[in-house]
Design a protein around this ligand. Structure first.
Ligand code: HAM
Length: 417
């Protein structure tokens, strides 16, 4: 029986790699311009980190984590996101003490046991960006601006920014009670999840996608109408700066996000091209999290991009150059000069390949075409007698004789030009 990839996981095949390389390079280039440095944390952590960091009542922690007992009995979990792990590392290594405005990013796989569908996997990848120690609305606006600049650097032009403020510890608890009260009247008419959430975590009700619940949810009290003065001012200033930067957005009072650590600004960027899983990135401010996880009282803001979703949105592009020069040794004694020329071309940075399998001329030309070779260098019996290589320009279907002593320089000039 064939063994297949585990449900919800996928192989990223060589043909997809040009897009992945581009999105990784674009991330590194852009983020270094904004002052971010890379951090890499382990893919598994103590389960408690995520339970405390993300919130025990969230779907992620209550239903979607890959948790297992280690041989010593401790409970470990494959990371479902990067923020909690990065906060753990920041605290463990005192990073905010040495750098009061710490900016870091991470790239890597995350694990959530969700129902697989297009754009939703059980192992997926994120670019995660976090800034610590910055309380001003300017970093919220910069984060949003950066997230959109990143999508555009990857060639994604169609996107919609959705924005909300979820308040903070001084205004949200009162709102949550108001919401709980309003839900008490209606919960019976809502889906099973909402009935449960109405008691355990009423804010999650705003996230519900069940069609029959939508009209009711739209009529519920809105958090934006219950913000304290500080949260309101902060939000007004974030919006003002986005307007200054020319970044359009849509306000959505229902954007509470699936993680409990957010305060004040939350945002997502959506794309209609993704289908049901339409959020390509999401983030916001999480000022209390570092302290809740045992660190100093420093602010945090960040976002994460789903890289599978981003790759789906990126324009199709040509494959990477695998072979500029294809070498075809066709006669006895031609293999060694071809091996040496191949080595020298590769040393000079020219992607080259040779086919040592001794198939027909025709089949080698076919293979050269398949590899996208720009030139084929042929060394047959006749060429060997005359001390030349035949160089065929594949695009022009032209060929010329090049003396042995000139062949390396000739191909270097042709391929660099
Ligand atoms: P999140 O909204 O849970 O936020 O995930 C961010 C992005 O990861 C989503 O917009 C989506 O593109 C992608 N994503 C999430 N789940 C899946 C999945 N099952 N399959 C494929 N892609 C997925 C966070 O993870 C926060 N840690 C973001 C953040 C960083 N907030 C502050 N700092």
């Amino acid at each position: 029986m064939k063994i297949q990839a585990v449900r919800g996981t996928r192989d990223i095949l060589p043909d997809e790699m040009p897009a992945w390389h581009l999105l990784e390079q674009a991330a590194r280039q852009l983020l270094s311009r904004y002052g971010y440095r890379e951090i890499r944390t382990p893919v598994f952590e103590e389960t408690e980190l995520f339970a405390r960091g993300i919130g025990a009542e969230t779907d992620i922690v209550s239903k979607e984590m890959y948790t297992f007992d280690d041989r010593d009995g401790s409970s470990l979990t494959l990371r479902p996101e990067a923020t909690a792990s990065i906060v753990r590392a920041v605290i463990e290594h005192n990073l905010v003490n040495t750098d009061p405005a710490l900016k870091v990013y991470a790239l890597g796989p995350m694990f959530r046991r969700e129902r697989p569908q297009k754009g939703r996997y059980r192992q997926f990848h994120q670019l995660d960006v976090e800034a610590f120690g910055l309380t001003s609305p300017t970093i919220d606006a910069e984060m949003i601006e950066l997230s959109i600049a990143y999508l555009e650097a990857c060639g994604v032009e169609q996107h919609e920014l959705v924005l909300n403020s979820v308040g903070d510890g001084s205004c949200r608890p009162a709102y949550v009670e108001t919401l709980r009260g309003a839900l008490r009247e209606h919960a019976k008419e809502m889906c099973g999840d909402c009935q449960r959430r109405a008691e355990t975590n009423p804010l999650r009700v705003l996230d519900c996608k069940v069609p029959g619940d939508q009209a009711l949810i739209d009529g519920l009290p809105k958090l934006v109408d219950h913000l304290c003065a500080e949260c309101r001012d902060h939000f007004t200033e974030v919006r003002r700066q986005l307007e200054t930067l020319g970044i359009p957005y849509r306000l959505s009072h229902r954007l509470v996000r699936g993680l409990d650590y957010y305060v004040r600004t939350t945002f997502e960027v959506l794309s209609g091209e993704l289908g049901a899983q339409n959020s390509v990135l999401g983030g916001g401010r999480y000022d209390g999290l570092v302290r809740a996880l045992g660190g100093p009282d420093v602010a945090g803001t960040g976002f994460a991009v789903g890289l599978e979703r981003l790759a789906l949105l990126m324009p199709r592009r040509e494959g990477e150059t695998r072979c500029d020069v294809f070498l075809a040794p066709l006669a006895e004694g031609a293999l060694d000069p071809a091996l040496l020329l191949q080595r020298d071309l590769r040393d000079a940075g020219v992607p080259s390949m040779l086919d040592p399998e001794g198939r027909s001329f025709k089949s080698r030309m076919k293979q050269a075409n398949k590899l996208g070779a720009r030139f084929v260098a042929i060394l047959g019996e006749d060429e060997m007698k005359r001390g030349v290589w035949t160089v065929r320009d594949m695009a022009r279907s032209e060929q010329e004789d090049v003396p042995e002593g000139r062949i390396l320089d000739h191909l270097k000039e042709k391929t660099n030009g």
